[in-house]
Design a binder for this molecule. Structure first.
Ligand SMILES: [Zn+2]
Length: 290
């Protein structure tokens, strides 16, 4: 994604992987091929690869630089986690991307996780001398407390596939004293706040950035693809509560439709940033192009 500015804040992204990834019928249990193909044919060409029949899905971290802080929102899958293919992405592109922005691990002040799934908290930690330690030594990490508690309990019940995401990516941050376990109404300051959008995970939140009278919102996995703007009730097979996820999605999309709010969905390919346009009971995702 090209760097964008709102007020005195800049936002860009580090891409871990991108390209065609998953067929829509394998993602949405309510998928209807006739309806889906009609929507996809009318959509921006970046969103779908007709050759493979797969949606284009990016894994990325947003880098938010305010006058006071350098903030990462969601940290991809990370390195050395031992995940099976296809989740074993090479680590170098993400590290190179961070360095290309003139940043090292020690420069990050805050890490926000929209939720604690495998592809949103990976770089939270690194394996050093056989131990998982926080990757960003000077950062505070903002986790929703009930989201954290849920995955702790799920891990205790051995219900968290794949791998051991909470134990590798979350617990070491808390043990190091670098976690802020927060509630729905948490605000870092006037610039960075949360909007709860539960359903994909128990306490998924969007991360808002306000500056100069403008708003941008990192929407995490509130939606994975622009098809879910056309069909907000199409929740994914990965959602903890698909009905609640659809309710949160419709509510959020309604709240930002036909406003200047810039939307930053983690899994949308470049140019990524867009606005929501209302269309009766549905919505359009409109990329903001340079
Ligand atoms: Zn995700």
């Amino acid at each position: 994604m090209r760097e964008i500015r709102i007020g005195d804040v800049s936002i860009t992204s580090i891409i871990e992987r991108d390209g065609p990834w998953r067929a829509p019928e394998a993602m949405f249990s309510a998928y209807d091929p006739e309806i889906g193909q009609r929507h996809l044919a009318a959509m921006d060409p970046e969103m779908f690869d007709p050759v493979s029949g797969k949606m284009v899905i990016t894994y990325q971290t947003f880098v938010v630089r305010t006058p006071r802080h350098v903030i990462l929102v969601d940290t991809c899958t990370g390195e050395d986690k031992g995940y099976p293919a296809p989740m074993d992405f090479p680590k170098q592109p993400w590290v190179d991307g961070l360095h290309a922005l003139g940043l090292g691990f020690g420069d990050i002040d805050y890490v926000f996780c929209t939720h604690l799934h495998i592809d949103h908290c990976g770089w939270n930690t690194r394996l050093v001398n056989g131990r998982w330690v926080p990757t960003f030594p000077n950062a505070k990490y903002v986790f929703h407390k009930k989201e954290y508690d849920y995955w702790e309990a799920a891990t205790a019940r051995k219900e968290q596939p794949p791998g051991d995401v909470w134990r590798m990516n979350c617990l070491p941050v808390v043990e190091a004293g670098q976690a802020l376990l927060v509630n729905d109404d948490y605000a870092l300051d006037d610039t960075v706040t949360l909007t709860p959008t539960p359903g994909h995970s128990p306490c998924h939140c969007c991360v808002n950035i306000f500056s100069g009278g403008q708003r941008a919102s990192v929407t995490g996995d509130m939606m994975h693809h622009a098809l879910q703007c056309r069909e907000p009730e199409w929740s994914t097979i990965f959602d903890t509560d698909p009905v609640l996820a659809a309710k949160s999605r419709r509510g959020f999309l309604s709240s930002v439709a036909d406003t200047d709010t810039l939307i930053l969905p983690v899994h949308f390919p470049s140019p990524t940033v867009g606005r929501i346009e209302a269309d009766g009971e549905r919505f359009h995702y409109r990329f903001v192009r340079p």
